[in-house]
Structures are given as C-alpha cells and as structure tokens.
Design a protein around this ligand. Sequence first.
Ligand code: PLP
Length: 381
Amino acid sequence: MKRGTKLIHNGFETDFSVGGNTGALGVPIYQTSTFDQGDLSEHREFDYARSGNPTRKALEEIIADLEGGAKGYAFGSGIAAVSSVLGILSGGDHIVAAEDIYGGSWRILNTFYKRWNLEVTPVDTTDLGAVKRAIRPNTKALFLETPSNPLLKITDLAGCIKIAQEAGLLTIVDNTFMTPYLQRPIELGADIVVHSATKFLGGHSDVIFGLAVTRTEELGKRVYQMQNGFGAVPGPWDTWLVMRGIKTLRVRLEAQEAGARKLAPWLKAHKNVDAVFYPGLPDHPGRGINEAQSSGAGAVLSFKTKTTEQAIRFLGTVKYAAAAVSLGGVETIASYPVKMSHASIPEAERLRLGITDTLIRISVGLEDPEDLIEDFDEALK
Ligand code: PLP
C-alpha cells in the first residue's frame, strides 16, 4: 500500500474499529473521563481516560503504523511528548543533542531536566565527528531534529544512528518538520520519534498536540509509564482533529512543498534577499543527504533580507502570511526567530548559530504560490 493510501486506509475507517456498530466513517469522540467497570469480574481495556481512551488509542495506532514503530503515544502538546520521552532517562545520564533543536526542547533540558541532573551537550549534528566526540561514558541518548529550525540544516540520520548504536545510545528524532509522509527515522534505526502534531499532522492551526512512537514494545512500556505517570494527555476532541488532519496530509504537504519549491528560487534571485535556506535548493549543502533519507524537502524555508529594516518591513506588510509562531498550517506563516522561537537564546550564541535579525522563517501554506510571490515582492520592496 502506498503511503498516501495508508493515511486514509489505516484500519480506523469506521467506528467498527473501536467496537461501534453503525459503520460511521471515522472514529467516535469518546468524551469521558472514566469507564464503567461492571461487576468487576473482568478487567476491561479502558478504566480511566488518563490511562487510555478509545479515540486516543486509534490515533496512537495510526501514528505507530505510519512511522513504522511498535507503539504510539499521544500528548497534550509537542513539548509534552518531548518532555515525557526525555523522562525515560535518569538523573546522572548525559545526552547529546543537536544544537538547533526546537527552542522549547532546549528550555526543558536546561531548566527542569538540568535540576534533575540530566546533562546535555549541544553539538552540530551535521558533523558526525562532533557527534562521536561528544559521547561520554554516561551518555544514554542522541536527540536529533532534521531539517533543523530555523536554518534547515540537514543531519545524516543513518550516520548518526550508526554512531549511537555502536555506543549503545537511544536515538530520539523530532520528525515534526517532515512527518512520516516524507521521512521515517525508525525505518533507519531510530528508537523514538516525537512530533509536534500541532504542525503538519494537525495541519489547520487549530490544535496543540504531541505524539511519540517507539521502535520496540519495551521502549513503548517506558514511554507509556511517562504518559500515564506525568499525565500530559490530550483530550478526545483534539485527538479527533489530528486524526482528521492526517487524512489530508498528503495533499496538503505535496501542495505546500510545491509552493516552497517555487518560492525558494524566486527568493534567492530577489535583490533584497541575502540568502535562502531550503533543502530543495540545488546548492543546499544537505540536499543529497535529505534526498537519500526522505522523499521531499518539506514546506518550511527561511531567508535573510539584506537589512534588518527590510525584514521588519516584510513582516509588517506581507498580506498572505501571518506574522506568527508555528508552522505546518494551511495558511502561510512568517516567523521572526529573533523575537519568537529563539528570543531566549543569548545574542552571542544566536549569532554563532546564524540566527540574525534579518532572518525570517516561512511555513508555506496552501495559497496559490503566484499570489504569495506577488505579495512577498511587494513586502520586500
Ligand atoms: N518540535 C518542533 C520541531 C517544534 O517546532 C515545536 C513547536 O514549535 C515543538 C516540538 C513543540 O510542539 P508544541 O508547540 O506542540 O508543544
């Protein structure tokens, strides 16, 4: 079965899949906190909705299947998924993390987990030698994100996973930007995949949601302990919205990527644009690796204007892009990392990472790319 078909035909096409009997297309929303246990003579599958809910179970099975993993888990946000997965590690452990993982993932590592004595070393994971050198005797995990945010750097997943396996580390990959439609790290040997399903999986900027998938049942048990123990679970309505979003993922992502593929070279040729970062561009340094490990370049790109004033004017005057945090929705979003996602990073570190005040990140939506180009041209004057 092709991937696009799997988004629709995944075993949860009707309510029969969760014990219903009407043939309704889709999984019902089980809006309940608890489940009647009858005369207690048998243990029923669902007892309390933090521990499990049929709507949530359907989505968890769908995402596990799409990522090629054994078990899937849903959370109330992407950062709840990241934090809960990191919770399977112990105080005194060390992890190596890509230096440009999502800012919120850094925040939880450098605040909460730091206090719990989980050490972290940031590295440029596009440099396999640097990854190897960062490993210590107490290193337990490698945390990757590719393409990275906001500069769309590409990490060689198979290369990093091999290093991790040789050192006995877990590999955790944040697959938010690509989704399992374009990239499946578990098939390359990763142990856990996490998602902000708020982004492309939900796809409509109307829900905050997280997902995690484990390669093995055993790892699944550890993540489930965190899901149930920390309790950062989603409600069934939001779960249903993400399930619905997944059904249209293929058409959305393909059209959004097609838009990004038109915008990126156009931006590159613009006289007020200094640089464009998009793995679909022929001269992107990670293009070859990205093509080998995924089936697309995605719908997120970033660019630098020549001056700060141009960047600020662009964000203030662009019509078809909301100047907002987030990505992956049907509407184009323009983010200003310096003031948004990366505002908490000290200036010197930010500049070392190349995050200047001329940098704008674009999540390309479903608008006609010709309208976006016309609009961007006006805003870049
Ligand atoms: N991972 C990535 C790559 C993200 O971009 C985000 C949010 O922007 C998160 C995780 C956190 O997800 P959420 O905002 O759903 O908590």
